[in-house]
Ligand binder design. Structure first.
Ligand code: PHE
Length: 346
């Protein structure tokens, strides 16, 4: 029996030393020293032996069991360490690899250019004025010298609010331009006055590549004594040169607005070809930019300002137009298409 025990021990130790997976350890343990294992199998017959032999065999069996147990413990530890190391190796991260950048949100391109324009005008001493988007006919048209049946009222296709007209202020409309804030500001602050009015305006228009029912304008108004068209030209050329980071020339064409006299259209030298002529400026070297003029005496009167003492200029431009020119877009719709490829270029 002793040799049998030694044999079992040797066999067990050999199997343990050859074992390569920690999961197999339990099986080996069961096979040799478990309740129904090889060692237990042999010891079943011990009861037939005499006392002395029982003792010797019992001792030998205990020693062998311990040997096997120790070998199992050591092997399990060794295998588990090895397996952990392999797992760590497989999971290792190269911390020197560039990380994935999160998609940060940025300021909307229109808001950004509005802020840029505001900063330039603020440096020139203009304050920023604001007014309601739901406006009365009085401010949107009448006080701006649009006569009740003047055909000019039809120039602007207007969203009317479905509510009864007020006897003095007329119907409510979504403001079709930022110009009503001219009158509101003059009534509130009087002359002299130097303001810009950035903001959203609305027109009852079908949407296409160059038209939107909702868009943004920046209006300017300067009221003082002895103001002339030269001041208007100087302010706008300075503004445009700062905005486009290059010297911009401007030229006037005759225009028509009920609230300015004379009324003018201002073209700026083409930023794309430097007046050489290109597709964007239709080979003229100049791009149509904005409407402007000297404030009409009737508008000054409606704003409680004496036209004999004060006069001034006003201008109004579409923010989308400036943004398109700055970034070379073909259509305003590009800006609102929610196309990240376009928005990321801004
Ligand atoms: N309000 C005019 C428009 O919306 C622009 C303008 C403003 C023209 C001020 C002259 C003076 O078209």
């Amino acid at each position: 029996m002793l040799t049998e025990i030694t044999e079992i021990q040797n066999q067990a130790l050999q199997e343990i030393s050859q074992c390569e997976k920690s999961e197999q350890i339990l099986e080996i343990e069961k096979k040799y020293i478990g309740k129904q294992g090889a060692l237990a199998d042999i010891l079943k017959n011990i009861k037939n032996l005499d006392v002395e032999a029982k003792k010797t065999i019992g001792q030998k069996a205990n020693i062998s069991k311990h040997e096997i147990q120790n070998a199992l413990i050591n092997k399990r530890r060794e295998l588990e360490n090895k397996e952990l190391l392999e797992q760590l190796k497989a999971e290792k991260i190269d911390v020197t690899l560039p990380s994935q950048k999160p998609n940060n949100a940025t300021i909307n391109a229109l808001s950004a250019i509005q802020k840029q324009a505001e900063e330039i005008f603020e440096k020139m001493g203009f304050a920023i004025a604001d007014g309601p988007h739901v406006e009365s006919e009085l401010y949107n048209f009448d006080s701006l010298n649009f006569k009740t049946h003047h055909p000019a009222r039809d120039i602007q296709d207007t969203f009317f609010i479905d509510k009864e007209a007020n006897p003095e202020h007329g119907k409510l409309v979504l403001r079709t331009h930022t110009s009503p804030v001219q009158v509101r500001s003059m009534l509130k602050m009087g002359a002299p006055l130097k303001i810009i009015i950035p903001g959203r305006v609305y027109r009852n228009e079908d949407q296409d590549a160059t038209h939107e029912h909702t868009f943004y304008q920046i209006e300017g108004l300067l009221i003082d004594e002895n103001i002339g068209i030269g001041h208007l030209k100087a302010v706008l050329e300075e503004f445009l040169s700062q905005l486009f980071n290059t010297k911009i020339e401007t030229k006037f064409r005759p225009g028509y607005f009920p609230f300015t006299e004379p009324s003018l259209e201002l073209d700026m030298s083409c930023v794309f070809c430097k007046k050489q002529g290109c597709k964007i400026c239709k080979h003229t070297g100049f791009i149509e930019l904005l409407g402007c003029g000297m404030v009409h005496p009737n508008v000054l009167k409606a704003s409680n300002i004496d036209p004999n003492q004060h006069q001034g200029f006003a201008f109004g431009m579409g923010l989308d137009r400036i943004l398109m020119l700055k970034h070379g877009f073909a259509s305003v719709c590009d800006l609102r298409a929610n196309d990240l490829r376009i928005l990321k270029q801004l």
